[in-house]
Write a protein that binds this ligand. Structure first.
Ligand code: COA
Length: 145
């Protein structure tokens, strides 16, 4: 398995993974196209035997010190094999190399993925009961340095 920056040709598969991972809460396909223009180095894919098996999306705030992990998803059949961790580690490193000293992300309080984030040094900064609208709570996790 290797990770690399996504290209335009990958966007169909990235969107498939997004829909499988997040359903109606996923980002729309055209957003990926636009984000690739904004942050071409922060849309990463994991590839195994010529197949895309996961992706991670990051971005930067107005202050370049403020990085965000915006999405992370792995093919359902291949979860639990370390792919998400490798993608997240690389995205964190790439954002840090670009000057981000604070990395944030949001996670639903019931999502076990929080364990992965905490293992990589993220800690709860805030909890918002209606972060994405009424009844859509999220924890904002922060990692410094
Ligand atoms: C979250 C996700 C990307 C993790 O990918 P993955 O390849 O299965 O994760 P890894 O195999 O690298 O797991 C790394 C560690 O995190 C833990 N972990 C990851 N996802 C977990 C989950 N949902 N529940 C419990 N533990 C989880 C693993 O047990 C593992 O722990 P270990 O290193 O002690 O063995 C994947 O489950 C997914 O695509 N989920 C649907 C989309 C989603 O919820 N994304 C996160 C949104 S905030």
């Amino acid at each position: 398995m290797k990770t690399r920056a996504a290209t335009k040709a990958d966007l169909g598969e990235v969107f498939r993974l997004e829909q499988a991972g997040f359903g109606s809460h996923g980002y729309p396909d055209f957003l990926f196209r636009q984000l690739l223009e904004l942050w071409p180095n922060f849309l990463l894919v994991a590839e195994s035997e010529g197949k895309l098996v996961g992706y991670a999306l990051g971005g930067m705030g107005e202050a370049k010190e403020h990085g965000w992990i915006l999405s992370l998803a792995v093919d359902e059949q291949l979860r639990g094999q370390g792919i998400g961790k490798v993608l997240l580690q690389r995205l964190c490193r790439d954002l840090a190399d670009s000057g981000c000293t604070e990395l944030r992300l949001t996670v639903h309080p019931d999502n076990g993925a929080a364990g992965l984030y905490r293992a990589l040094g993220f800690e709860t900064e805030t909890s918002e009961p209606d972060y994405f609208g009424f009844g859509e709570p999220r924890q904002v996790l922060l990692r410094r340095g």
